[in-house]
Design a protein around this ligand. Structure first.
Ligand code: ZN
Length: 470
């Protein structure tokens, strides 16, 4: 700690004390001093609260930087029956997520122009429990709208190389991808890509209840081929690219080699790829359907190894809900998407701990790295100067997932009935609690609307955020 950190310059209003504070320099007993919306200092555990400051002692519960989930589909307006800003961001708060970035598709309009962005912002304003920003979309014919969208504050641009699932957000062909990369590179923007090669995908199996039939239609080679093309083009054009929801471990060497060669590529994977396996998907259980698909256990082991060695940067939810009636027990007809916004932290912590990882790793994958990807310099770490966004996690407590107790709009999730470790006791956004445990019990219970009985604050205090102008 530097001398400047030890002598707060602004009045401390809140002191959050814990024996496990996860900081960029390790996890240790400490007291997080908050002034206004920012972390002013990280003080010794026994530092007395300054006069007038509120002391909250969380005991052994860990303080993590609030999660930054850069991959969330809120679908509002247009498909608000699938998910909305209020329900999604309450789920986020209950899951320790303090910042999320909304994907440009599944809402109507999709976020492919500054006008559409304004419509999205109007739908979100005043209705978010956490801070919310927006990705734009790069689709055929909108190359001329990318720079204005960038100037309007989107964090980057999403594109598909295969059909997206909704007709208003078409995929880019190879020529279109090159064009989008060239345009985005011209203003040093970021292109984030759903990378599956349509030539290697086959039709979904109509009428099949067998997961293996669906998995066979979206082979690992489809991801490999698309990522290879993306990296080749990005290197040639000099564009910054990010691979979304990587599922196929066979593509990892492409990412590792590109990074080693200095190509500006990053990659994310998702809790479902890291905690669920193809072998265990029951017949007809289309709550497990997503694209790219959940693969076999051996594939999952390789994804964990890639997180450990830094080939994969981020773990984000790809929360992509729909109404329950669209999850028919037919892997061809069902909507693809997994709802997990509120469960990502316990799902990942449960599996990470079993594999010998620490809370520091989880904070890096789920907060620090996504914040860096989005250029959110005030988010993603517990250190002086950052926003006082904190997730309070009891890492030893467990709970069983009851979909009806989750806050997202439609009570469907692939995690139903699973026992997970890690209960979010409280969440702080910019120095104020947005989720607090209602009861006095420290035990894991299901007595409230979420795991642990914690409830989101009655009023939303989230802010709409824009890309930091550099
Ligand atoms: Zn997605």
């Amino acid at each position: 700690m530097s001398e400047a950190d030890a002598v707060p310059a602004r009045p401390i209003e809140v002191l959050l004390r814990s024996r496990r504070v996860v900081t960029p320099t390790g996890t240790r007993p400490a007291a997080v001093a908050i002034a206004g919306e920012r972390i002013e200092a990280v003080l010794p555990h026994d530092a007395p609260p300054p006069e007038g400051a509120r002391l909250v002692d969380y005991g052994d519960a860990a303080l993590l930087p609030g999660l930054v989930d850069t991959h969330v589909h809120i679908n509002d307006p247009g498909r608000a029956a699938w998910e909305g800003f209020a329900s999604a961001t309450r789920a986020a708060a209950a899951g320790g997520v303090t910042t999320l970035l909304d994907m440009p598709l599944n809402s109507v309009p999709p976020t492919v122009s500054p006008e559409a962005l304004a419509v999205k912002q109007a739908a979100a304003r005043g209705r978010t429990w956490v801070d919310v920003g927006f990705w734009g979309g790069a689709v055929p014919g909108n190359a001329g709208r990318l720079r204005p969208l960038h100037q309007a504050g989107v964090f980057g641009f999403k594109s598909f190389l295969s059909p997206s699932g909704v007709e208003e957000f078409p995929a880019l062909d190879p020529e279109g991808l090159a064009g989008a990369l060239t345009e985005v590179a011209a203003f040093d923007g970021l292109l984030i890509v759903h990378a599956e090669d349509p030539e290697r995908l086959t039709e979904a199996p109509e009428g099949s209840r067998r997961y293996a039939d669906f998995l066979a239609t979206r082979p690992a080679e489809a991801e490999h081929a698309a990522i290879e093309r993306l990296i080749t083009l990005a290197a040639r054009i000099g564009a910054r690219v990010h691979v979304l929801h990587l599922s196929a471990a066979s593509a990892l060497p492409l990412i590792a080699e590109a990074k080693a060669a200095g190509i500006a590529v990053t990659a994310e994977t998702c809790p479902h790829f890291l905690t669920l396996t193809a072998e265990e998907v029951p017949d007809g259980a289309t709550e497990f359907k997503c694209c790219p698909p959940i693969r076999e256990a051996a594939n999952q082991d390789a994804l964990w190894a890639a997180l450990a060695d830094g080939t994969l940067d981020c773990v984000v939810s790809d929360h992509s809900p729909c109404t329950a009636d669209l999850k028919v027990p037919d892997f061809g007809a069902a909507w693809g998407g997994i709802s997990s916004l509120q469960l990502g932290l316990p799902a990942i912590w449960t599996a990470a701990e079993a594999r010998g990882h620490q809370l520091d790793d989880v904070a890096r994958w789920m907060s620090t790295a996504p914040a860096r990807l989005a250029g959110l310099r005030h988010k993603g770490a517990i250190e002086p100067g950052r926003d006082a966004d904190i997730a309070v996690l009891d890492p030893e407590a467990g709970f069983t997932v009851d979909p009806a107790a989750l806050h997202h709009r439609n009570p469907v999730t692939a995690y139903a009935g699973r026992t997970l470790k890690g209960v979010v006791r409280a969440t702080w956004l910019r120095g104020r609690p947005i989720l607090e445990t209602s009861g006095t019990s420290g035990a894991a219970t299901m007595d409230g609307p979420g795991p642990g009985g914690a409830r989101p604050a009655p009023e939303p205090t989230g802010r709409l955020i824009e890309r930091t102008v550099t």
